[in-house]
Design a protein around this ligand. Structure first.
Ligand code: OSB
Ligand code: MG
Length: 368
C-alpha cells in the first residue's frame, strides 16, 4: 500500500469487572489503536500493551513514544510498503514487539480491505468458527471464584482458565474442580513462581489440568524444562515465547509441550503464523491467547485461531467478557460456545466512530 500516515489513539475502556492476575488488578483497559492511512484506504490495528510493564517490559506510554519517535517514521520513509515488509523494516529496532504487531496489523488490514480479502483466508484459516475459552481472574475467595466460573459455564464457554498465584493455587483449583467436576480446566501463573515451588506446583497434578501456563519467569527456559520434568501437568509457555526463535529454543530444551500464541507478544500475526507452522510441524499443540483486546484484535485473533494447528480452545472470548460497549459495530459474540471467524474484507469488522471517540483519551496523527 502507499502509506500516507498513521493515527494513534490511547483508549480507556471500562471493564465489566476488575481483572486480577498474579501481577496486578485492572479496572480499565488502557490500550492503543492504530489507523493506517493509505492511498488505497484505511486499516486498523491494536497495540496490546498495558498501562504498566508488569506482564511484559512494554507499556502504553513507552509504546506511544517509540511508535512516534522511531517505528512510524521508519515506515513512512518508504513510498509503499506491503504488510509482509513491515517486520523487516522495523527489525533494526530492538524489542517493542507489541507496537510492531499493531502497526503491521493496520497495514495488513488496509491492504486486505483494498483487495476485498478476509484476514482469515490470508492467514490460512480452515474453520469458520472457533471454540471459545475464558480467562478468569483471581477473585476475593474460592467461593467467589466458583460463582464467577459458574456464570461463564452458563454462558457456554467450553474451557475455563483460572489465574493462580502463591497462596491462591491449590485451594482455588480444588474449589473449581469440586464444584464443576470434569470441565476442561487450566491454570495461568503469569510468572509468579520459582523452581523452589516445584513441589507445590506438583500438587496441581491431581486435578488433571489441561496445562499450567507460564509458572516461572520470562527468561527461565532451562528452569521451565526442569519443572516440566517434575510435573505430570503439561507446561505451556506464554510470556517466554517472544518469537519463532524462542519458540524453537523452548521446544528444543523441553521447556514446554504446549504454546500460547499471542500476535502482540511475538511482533505480529505473520510471526504468529510462523510459530504456528513450526509447532504444527512438530506436533506441538498451540492455542490463541488474549490481551483483553477490543473488537479489532479480537476479530484478528479469531482469524488466527482458525488455523489447523490451533487444536486447543483459546482465550478468544466474547467482547462482553470484558466490555459493556466495544468500539466495533459487530462485537464478538458467543454462539454455542464458539466465536465466528469474520468473513468480510480485512478484519471483517467496522469501527463504530462514536464509540471510539467516547473512549479516546489521546489522539495523534503523523503524516509523511
Ligand atoms: O497471561 O494470558 C495472560 C490478560 C492480560 C495479560 C496477560 C494475560 C491475560 C489473560 C486474559 O489471561 C486473556 C484474554 O481473555 O484476553
Ligand atoms: Mg498467560
Amino acid at each position: 500500500v502507499a502509506l500516507e500516515g498513521f493515527e494513534l489513539r490511547v483508549l480507556h475502556l471500562p471493564l465489566v469487572s476488575p481483572f486480577t492476575t498474579s501481577f496486578g488488578t485492572e479496572t480499565v483497559r488502557e490500550v492503543i489503536v492504530v489507523r493506517a492511512l493509505t492511498a488505497e484506504g484505511e486499516g486498523w490495528g491494536e497495540i496490546v500493551t498495558q498501562q504498566s510493564p508488569l506482564y511484559s517490559s512494554e507499556y502504553t506510554y513507552g509504546a506511544w513514544d517509540v511508535a512516534q519517535r522511531f517505528l512510524i517514521p521508519a515506515l513512512l520513509d518508504r513510498q509503499t510498503v506491503a504488510a509482509e515488509d513491515v517486520a523487516a523494516t522495523l527489525e533494526p529496532f530492538v524489542g517493542h514487539r507489541m507496537v510492531k504487531a499493531g502497526l503491521e496489523l493496520a497495514v495488513l488490514d488496509a491492504a486486505l480491505r483494498a483487495e476485498g480479502r478476509p484476514l482469515g483466508e490470508y492467514l490460512g484459516a480452515v474453520r469458520d468458527r472457533i471454540p471459545s475459552g475464558v480467562s478468569v481472574g483471581i477473585q476475593r475467595d474460592p467461593a467467589a471464584l466458583v460463582d464467577a466460573v459458574g456464570g461463564y459455564l452458563d454462558e457456554g464457554y467450553v474451557r475455563i482458565k483460572i489465574k493462580i498465584k502463591p497462596g491462591r493455587d491449590i485451594g482455588d483449583t480444588a474449589a473449581v474442580r469440586d464444584a464443576f467436576g470434569d470441565i476442561t480446566l487450566q491454570v495461568d501463573a503469569n510468572s509468579a513462581y520459582t523452581l523452589a515451588d516445584a513441589d507445590t506446583l506438583a500438587e496441581l497434578d491431581r486435578f488433571d489440568l489441561l496445562l499450567i501456563e507460564q509458572p516461572l519467569q520470562e527468561d527461565d527456559l532451562v528452569d521451565h524444562a526442569a519443572l516440566a520434568a517434575h510435573l505430570r501437568t503439561p507446561v505451556c509457555l506464554d510470556e517466554s515465547i517472544t518469537s519463532r526463535k524462542t519458540a524453537a529454543d523452548a521446544l528444543a530444551l523441553g521447556a514446554a509441550s504446549v504454546i500460547n500464541i499471542k500476535a502482540g507478544r511475538v511482533g505480529g500475526y505473520l510471526e504468529a503464523v510462523a510459530i504456528h507452522d513450526l509447532c504444527h510441524g512438530a506436533g506441538i499443540p498451540v492455542w490463541c491467547g488474549g490481551m483483553l483486546e477490543t473488537g479489532i484484535g479480537r476479530a484478528a485473533n479469531a482469524a488466527l485461531a482458525a488455523l489447523p494447528g490451533f487444536t486447543l480452545p483459546g482465550d478468544v472470548s466474547a467482547s462482553s467478557r470484558f466490555f459493556t460497549r466495544d468500539i466495533v459495530t459487530e462485537p464478538i459474540t458467543l454462539e454455542e460456545g464458539h466465536v465466528r471467524v469474520p468473513d468480510g474484507a480485512g478484519l471483517g469488522v467496522q469501527i463504530d466512530p462514536v464509540a471510539l471517540d467516547d473512549v479516546t483519551v489521546e489522539r495523534v496523527e503523523l503524516r509523511r
